[in-house]
Design a protein around this ligand. Sequence first.
Ligand code: NAD
Length: 260
Amino acid sequence: MNRLPGRTVLIAGAAGGQGRAGAVLFAREGARLALTDVDEAGLGETVDEVLAEVPDAQVLARRVDLRNLPEIAAFVAETEARFDGVIDVLYNNAGVNHLDAIENVTPDDWDRVYDINLKSAFFLVKYALPALRRSRAASVVNVSSGAGLLAPVDGNGVYCASKGGLISLTRAQARDLAPDGIRVNCLLPGPIETPMVRGFFAAMPEEERVAAEQHVVGRSLFTRFGRPEEVASMAVYLATDEASYVTSAIIPVDAGWTAV
Ligand SMILES: NC(=O)c1ccc[n+]([C@@H]2O[C@H](COP(=O)([O-])OP(=O)(O)OC[C@H]3O[C@@H](n4cnc5c(N)ncnc54)[C@H](O)[C@@H]3O)[C@@H](O)[C@H]2O)c1
Protein backbone atom coordinates (compact mmCIF):
# COMPACT_ATOMS: atom_id res chain seq x y z
CA MET A 1 0.00 0.00 0.00
CA ASN A 2 1.13 3.53 -0.86
CA ARG A 3 4.17 2.37 -2.82
CA LEU A 4 3.57 4.94 -5.60
CA PRO A 5 2.54 8.15 -3.82
CA GLY A 6 1.90 10.98 -6.26
CA ARG A 7 3.21 9.03 -9.25
CA THR A 8 1.26 9.41 -12.47
CA VAL A 9 0.09 6.22 -14.14
CA LEU A 10 -1.41 6.26 -17.63
CA ILE A 11 -3.52 3.17 -18.33
CA ALA A 12 -4.61 2.43 -21.91
CA GLY A 13 -7.54 0.02 -22.02
CA ALA A 14 -8.94 0.96 -18.60
CA ALA A 15 -12.66 0.28 -19.19
CA GLY A 16 -12.76 -3.27 -17.86
CA GLY A 17 -10.90 -6.45 -17.09
CA GLN A 18 -7.25 -6.11 -16.22
CA GLY A 19 -7.12 -2.36 -16.93
CA ARG A 20 -9.90 -1.62 -14.43
CA ALA A 21 -8.29 -3.89 -11.84
CA GLY A 22 -5.02 -2.02 -12.46
CA ALA A 23 -6.70 1.36 -11.95
CA VAL A 24 -7.97 0.29 -8.53
CA LEU A 25 -4.66 -1.28 -7.47
CA PHE A 26 -2.57 1.71 -8.65
CA ALA A 27 -4.94 4.11 -6.84
CA ARG A 28 -4.53 2.10 -3.63
CA GLU A 29 -0.78 2.68 -3.96
CA GLY A 30 -1.36 6.44 -3.97
CA ALA A 31 -0.87 6.95 -7.72
CA ARG A 32 -2.60 9.63 -9.80
CA LEU A 33 -4.47 8.09 -12.72
CA ALA A 34 -4.83 9.02 -16.39
CA LEU A 35 -7.30 6.48 -17.75
CA THR A 36 -8.32 5.95 -21.33
CA ASP A 37 -10.37 3.56 -23.43
CA VAL A 38 -12.64 3.62 -26.46
CA ASP A 39 -15.49 2.34 -24.24
CA GLU A 40 -16.66 5.51 -22.50
CA ALA A 41 -19.34 3.86 -20.37
CA GLY A 42 -16.90 1.23 -19.10
CA LEU A 43 -14.38 3.95 -18.38
CA GLY A 44 -16.96 5.77 -16.25
CA GLU A 45 -17.60 2.58 -14.28
CA THR A 46 -13.86 2.25 -13.68
CA VAL A 47 -13.71 5.81 -12.33
CA ASP A 48 -16.66 5.06 -10.03
CA GLU A 49 -14.96 1.91 -8.77
CA VAL A 50 -11.69 3.74 -8.11
CA LEU A 51 -13.41 6.59 -6.25
CA ALA A 52 -15.54 4.17 -4.22
CA GLU A 53 -12.36 2.61 -2.96
CA VAL A 54 -10.03 5.62 -2.84
CA PRO A 55 -12.30 8.68 -2.53
CA ASP A 56 -9.48 11.22 -2.76
CA ALA A 57 -7.85 9.61 -5.84
CA GLN A 58 -6.89 12.05 -8.59
CA VAL A 59 -8.32 10.69 -11.83
CA LEU A 60 -8.32 11.98 -15.39
CA ALA A 61 -10.45 9.86 -17.75
CA ARG A 62 -10.96 10.42 -21.46
CA ARG A 63 -12.34 8.38 -24.34
CA VAL A 64 -9.59 7.73 -26.88
CA ASP A 65 -9.66 5.41 -29.86
CA LEU A 66 -6.12 4.05 -29.87
CA ARG A 67 -6.33 3.66 -33.65
CA ASN A 68 -6.32 7.44 -33.86
CA LEU A 69 -2.78 8.70 -33.26
CA PRO A 70 -3.70 12.41 -32.87
CA GLU A 71 -6.17 11.38 -30.12
CA ILE A 72 -3.36 9.52 -28.34
CA ALA A 73 -1.06 12.54 -28.60
CA ALA A 74 -3.81 14.85 -27.28
CA PHE A 75 -4.48 12.57 -24.30
CA VAL A 76 -0.79 12.44 -23.42
CA ALA A 77 -0.67 16.26 -23.62
CA GLU A 78 -3.75 16.54 -21.38
CA THR A 79 -2.19 14.14 -18.88
CA GLU A 80 0.99 16.23 -18.80
CA ALA A 81 -1.01 19.43 -18.33
CA ARG A 82 -3.01 17.91 -15.46
CA PHE A 83 -0.16 16.14 -13.67
CA ASP A 84 2.84 18.50 -13.69
CA GLY A 85 4.34 17.32 -16.99
CA VAL A 86 5.39 13.94 -15.63
CA ILE A 87 4.28 10.42 -16.53
CA ASP A 88 5.87 7.78 -14.30
CA VAL A 89 4.12 4.67 -15.54
CA LEU A 90 2.67 3.72 -18.89
CA TYR A 91 0.48 0.61 -18.67
CA ASN A 92 -0.18 -0.47 -22.26
CA ASN A 93 -3.02 -2.84 -21.54
CA ALA A 94 -5.50 -2.34 -24.41
CA GLY A 95 -5.98 -5.20 -26.81
CA VAL A 96 -8.43 -7.02 -29.03
CA ASN A 97 -8.55 -10.70 -29.89
CA HIS A 98 -9.23 -11.99 -33.37
CA LEU A 99 -10.28 -15.47 -34.41
CA ASP A 100 -10.94 -16.53 -37.98
CA ALA A 101 -9.72 -18.93 -40.61
CA ILE A 102 -6.88 -17.54 -42.72
CA GLU A 103 -9.03 -17.35 -45.84
CA ASN A 104 -11.52 -15.06 -44.07
CA VAL A 105 -9.04 -12.55 -42.65
CA THR A 106 -9.21 -9.19 -44.43
CA PRO A 107 -6.55 -6.47 -44.60
CA ASP A 108 -8.86 -4.37 -42.39
CA ASP A 109 -8.92 -7.14 -39.74
CA TRP A 110 -5.12 -7.22 -39.78
CA ASP A 111 -4.81 -3.43 -39.51
CA ARG A 112 -7.36 -3.17 -36.69
CA VAL A 113 -5.65 -5.79 -34.51
CA TYR A 114 -2.17 -4.45 -35.24
CA ASP A 115 -3.18 -0.81 -34.69
CA ILE A 116 -4.66 -1.54 -31.25
CA ASN A 117 -2.33 -4.28 -29.99
CA LEU A 118 1.03 -3.08 -31.31
CA LYS A 119 1.11 0.28 -33.09
CA SER A 120 -0.61 2.14 -30.24
CA ALA A 121 1.93 0.73 -27.76
CA PHE A 122 4.79 2.14 -29.83
CA PHE A 123 3.22 5.57 -30.33
CA LEU A 124 2.08 5.91 -26.73
CA VAL A 125 5.72 5.59 -25.71
CA LYS A 126 6.83 7.97 -28.45
CA TYR A 127 4.35 10.69 -27.44
CA ALA A 128 4.88 10.16 -23.71
CA LEU A 129 8.68 10.11 -23.94
CA PRO A 130 9.32 13.71 -22.79
CA ALA A 131 7.02 13.17 -19.79
CA LEU A 132 8.57 9.77 -19.01
CA ARG A 133 12.03 11.37 -19.13
CA ARG A 134 10.91 13.91 -16.51
CA SER A 135 10.11 11.07 -14.08
CA ARG A 136 12.79 10.03 -11.65
CA ALA A 137 11.87 6.34 -12.07
CA ALA A 138 9.77 5.72 -15.16
CA SER A 139 8.50 2.38 -16.30
CA VAL A 140 6.47 1.00 -19.19
CA VAL A 141 4.43 -2.18 -18.77
CA ASN A 142 3.19 -3.78 -21.97
CA VAL A 143 0.50 -6.47 -21.92
CA SER A 144 1.18 -9.18 -24.46
CA SER A 145 -0.22 -12.71 -24.05
CA GLY A 146 0.78 -16.32 -23.80
CA ALA A 147 -0.43 -16.27 -27.40
CA GLY A 148 2.63 -14.14 -28.18
CA LEU A 149 4.70 -17.29 -27.60
CA LEU A 150 2.31 -20.10 -28.49
CA ALA A 151 -0.49 -20.78 -30.96
CA PRO A 152 -3.10 -21.86 -28.39
CA VAL A 153 -6.22 -22.10 -30.58
CA ASP A 154 -7.09 -22.33 -34.27
CA GLY A 155 -7.48 -19.19 -36.36
CA ASN A 156 -5.57 -16.90 -33.98
CA GLY A 157 -2.73 -15.87 -36.32
CA VAL A 158 -3.26 -12.10 -36.42
CA TYR A 159 -3.58 -11.86 -32.62
CA CYS A 160 -0.60 -14.17 -32.00
CA ALA A 161 1.59 -12.17 -34.41
CA SER A 162 0.61 -8.83 -32.87
CA LYS A 163 1.32 -10.10 -29.35
CA GLY A 164 4.63 -11.64 -30.45
CA GLY A 165 5.50 -8.24 -31.91
CA LEU A 166 4.81 -6.63 -28.56
CA ILE A 167 7.36 -8.92 -26.93
CA SER A 168 9.99 -7.83 -29.48
CA LEU A 169 8.99 -4.19 -29.09
CA THR A 170 9.46 -4.49 -25.32
CA ARG A 171 13.02 -5.72 -25.71
CA ALA A 172 13.89 -3.07 -28.31
CA GLN A 173 12.41 -0.23 -26.25
CA ALA A 174 14.05 -1.51 -23.06
CA ARG A 175 17.36 -1.20 -24.90
CA ASP A 176 16.60 2.22 -26.39
CA LEU A 177 15.31 3.72 -23.15
CA ALA A 178 17.80 2.25 -20.66
CA PRO A 179 20.08 5.29 -20.98
CA ASP A 180 17.15 7.41 -19.75
CA GLY A 181 16.57 5.07 -16.80
CA ILE A 182 13.18 4.07 -18.23
CA ARG A 183 12.40 0.40 -17.65
CA VAL A 184 10.23 -1.50 -20.15
CA ASN A 185 8.70 -4.87 -19.29
CA CYS A 186 6.03 -7.13 -20.67
CA LEU A 187 3.36 -9.34 -19.10
CA LEU A 188 2.06 -12.51 -20.71
CA PRO A 189 -1.31 -13.25 -19.12
CA GLY A 190 -2.72 -16.73 -19.37
CA PRO A 191 -6.51 -17.24 -19.45
CA ILE A 192 -7.95 -14.45 -17.30
CA GLU A 193 -11.63 -14.06 -16.48
CA THR A 194 -12.41 -10.76 -18.25
CA PRO A 195 -14.94 -9.40 -20.79
CA MET A 196 -12.53 -10.38 -23.59
CA VAL A 197 -12.50 -14.03 -22.54
CA ARG A 198 -16.21 -14.11 -21.76
CA GLY A 199 -16.88 -12.78 -25.29
CA PHE A 200 -14.48 -15.31 -26.80
CA PHE A 201 -16.36 -18.28 -25.30
CA ALA A 202 -19.83 -16.75 -25.63
CA ALA A 203 -19.39 -16.65 -29.41
CA MET A 204 -19.14 -20.46 -29.53
CA PRO A 205 -21.98 -22.99 -29.77
CA GLU A 206 -22.71 -24.58 -26.34
CA GLU A 207 -21.20 -28.02 -27.09
CA GLU A 208 -18.00 -26.46 -28.45
CA ARG A 209 -17.77 -23.98 -25.59
CA VAL A 210 -17.46 -26.56 -22.81
CA ALA A 211 -14.66 -28.43 -24.58
CA ALA A 212 -12.87 -25.19 -25.50
CA GLU A 213 -13.00 -23.90 -21.93
CA GLN A 214 -11.67 -27.20 -20.63
CA HIS A 215 -8.88 -27.11 -23.22
CA VAL A 216 -7.84 -23.55 -22.33
CA VAL A 217 -8.16 -23.85 -18.55
CA GLY A 218 -6.67 -27.36 -18.60
CA ARG A 219 -3.29 -25.85 -19.49
CA SER A 220 -3.30 -23.84 -16.27
CA LEU A 221 -1.56 -25.81 -13.51
CA PHE A 222 -4.28 -24.47 -11.19
CA THR A 223 -7.03 -25.50 -13.68
CA ARG A 224 -8.84 -22.23 -13.26
CA PHE A 225 -9.02 -18.83 -14.93
CA GLY A 226 -6.85 -16.12 -13.45
CA ARG A 227 -8.41 -13.04 -11.94
CA PRO A 228 -7.74 -9.59 -13.47
CA GLU A 229 -6.09 -8.35 -10.28
CA GLU A 230 -3.65 -11.27 -10.36
CA VAL A 231 -2.18 -9.76 -13.53
CA ALA A 232 -2.56 -6.11 -12.54
CA SER A 233 -0.69 -6.69 -9.28
CA MET A 234 2.36 -7.73 -11.31
CA ALA A 235 2.06 -4.50 -13.32
CA VAL A 236 2.02 -2.57 -10.04
CA TYR A 237 5.11 -4.41 -8.80
CA LEU A 238 6.96 -3.64 -12.05
CA ALA A 239 6.10 0.04 -11.64
CA THR A 240 7.52 0.27 -8.11
CA ASP A 241 11.10 0.89 -7.09
CA GLU A 242 11.19 -2.73 -5.84
CA ALA A 243 11.64 -3.67 -9.52
CA SER A 244 14.45 -1.18 -10.12
CA TYR A 245 16.73 -3.84 -11.70
CA VAL A 246 14.00 -5.33 -13.89
CA THR A 247 13.87 -4.29 -17.52
CA SER A 248 13.21 -6.12 -20.81
CA ALA A 249 11.60 -8.91 -18.75
CA ILE A 250 8.93 -11.02 -20.42
CA ILE A 251 6.86 -12.33 -17.51
CA PRO A 252 4.15 -14.97 -17.77
CA VAL A 253 1.29 -14.54 -15.31
CA ASP A 254 -0.42 -17.75 -16.26
CA ALA A 255 -0.11 -20.56 -13.65
CA GLY A 256 2.25 -22.42 -15.93
CA TRP A 257 0.09 -22.10 -19.05
CA THR A 258 3.10 -21.44 -21.31
CA ALA A 259 5.33 -23.94 -19.51
CA VAL A 260 3.46 -27.21 -20.01
N1 NAD B 1 -8.21 -12.11 -20.72
C1 NAD B 1 -7.26 -12.92 -21.12
O1 NAD B 1 -7.36 -14.15 -20.96
C2 NAD B 1 -6.01 -12.40 -21.76
C3 NAD B 1 -4.98 -13.30 -21.98
C4 NAD B 1 -3.81 -12.82 -22.54
C5 NAD B 1 -3.67 -11.48 -22.83
N2 NAD B 1 -4.69 -10.62 -22.60
C6 NAD B 1 -4.47 -9.20 -22.90
O2 NAD B 1 -4.75 -8.45 -21.74
C7 NAD B 1 -5.13 -7.14 -22.11
C8 NAD B 1 -6.37 -6.75 -21.35
O3 NAD B 1 -7.44 -7.52 -21.80
P1 NAD B 1 -8.67 -7.98 -20.89
O4 NAD B 1 -8.62 -9.45 -20.83
O5 NAD B 1 -8.70 -7.20 -19.63
O6 NAD B 1 -9.90 -7.66 -21.84
P2 NAD B 1 -10.80 -6.38 -21.99
O7 NAD B 1 -11.52 -6.55 -23.27
O8 NAD B 1 -11.59 -6.17 -20.75
O9 NAD B 1 -9.76 -5.16 -22.08
C9 NAD B 1 -9.26 -4.63 -23.27
C10 NAD B 1 -9.59 -3.15 -23.31
O10 NAD B 1 -9.04 -2.59 -24.51
C11 NAD B 1 -9.99 -1.65 -24.97
N3 NAD B 1 -9.84 -1.32 -26.38
C12 NAD B 1 -10.11 -2.13 -27.44
N4 NAD B 1 -9.96 -1.44 -28.58
C13 NAD B 1 -9.60 -0.17 -28.25
C14 NAD B 1 -9.32 0.99 -29.00
N5 NAD B 1 -9.40 1.04 -30.33
N6 NAD B 1 -8.99 2.12 -28.32
C15 NAD B 1 -8.94 2.12 -26.97
N7 NAD B 1 -9.20 1.04 -26.21
C16 NAD B 1 -9.53 -0.09 -26.84
C17 NAD B 1 -11.33 -2.32 -24.72
O11 NAD B 1 -12.41 -1.40 -24.78
C18 NAD B 1 -11.12 -2.93 -23.35
O12 NAD B 1 -11.53 -2.08 -22.30
C19 NAD B 1 -5.30 -7.16 -23.63
O13 NAD B 1 -4.15 -6.60 -24.25
C20 NAD B 1 -5.40 -8.64 -23.95
O14 NAD B 1 -4.96 -8.93 -25.26
C21 NAD B 1 -5.87 -11.05 -22.06
